[in-house]
Design a protein. Structure first.
Lengths: 115, 112
């Protein structure tokens, strides 16, 4: 079975400090990896994705994530956060399973940026 | 290009009733997926449609059903509503089954 574990349910962080959100996955097949962000009362927005190629992927707003196949991880980082980064972040895995091709989400990590 | 549109945005129903939620995907997207989001269970996959065919289904009872029309618009239906069905229902579309999902803002269903 395919699963995603986000090790931290909440991460408080001060403005301009770095943040790392951890994500580990389990899958017996090749996977695509995603990070989504959800602001209050909104749907999920794609932050960045790893499909193939370079294991380090970046978003336009300063986030980056590194795919580590040996550790089955896809941790998300930002060197300096802003108040506007306060949101919930979801790691997701998409791969072929016996149940077909579906996206499996982690439990989410709430990031609270404090001034 | 317009994003994924879900209607209605909010819905209040009573136990035993049924409800239909609607989703219009991004133009050109042929795959539509539905997810249920609750504080306790997180994001759970309901079903996925591609070109009017259900390709994949999550572990939900038969009270939950869906369909996709020829224009890729999708509806999901929940019959005999239970209190536990209260949730944010998210629809997502993608170009095909391997492309990233683009989500709508969801329909918040409250069952009283």
């Amino acid at each position: 079975a395919q699963s995603v574990t986000q090790l931290d349910s909440q991460v408080p962080v001060f403005e301009e400090a770095p943040v790392e959100l951890r994500c580990n996955y389990s899958s017996s097949v090749s996977v695509y990896l995603f990070w989504y962000v959800q602001y209050p009362n909104q749907g999920l927005q794609l932050l960045l994705k790893y499909l193939s190629g370079s294991t380090l992927v970046e978003s336009i707003n300063g986030f980056e994530a590194e795919f580590n196949k040996s550790q089955t991880s896809f941790h998300l980082r930002k060197p300096s956060v802003h108040i506007s980064d306060t949101a919930e972040y979801f790691c997701a895995v998409r791969g072929w399973t016996t149940a077909g091709n579906k996206l499996t989400f982690g439990g989410g990590t709430r990031v609270l940026v404090k001034p | 290009k317009a994003g994924v549109t879900q209607t209605p945005r909010y819905l209040i129903k009573t136990r035993g009733q049924q409800v239909t939620l609607s989703c219009s995907p991004i133009s050109g997207h042929r795959s539509v997926s539905w997810y249920q989001q609750t504080p306790g269970q997180g994001l759970q996959f309901l079903f996925e449609y591609f070109s009017e065919t259900q390709r994949n289904k999550g572990n939900f009872p038969g009270r939950f059903s869906g369909r996709q029309f020829s224009n890729s618009r999708s509806e999901m239906n929940v019959s005999t509503l239970e209190l536990g069905d209260s949730a944010l229902y998210l629809c997502a579309s993608s170009l095909d089954v391997n492309s990233p999902l683009h989500f709508g803002n969801g329909t918040r269903l409250t069952v009283t």
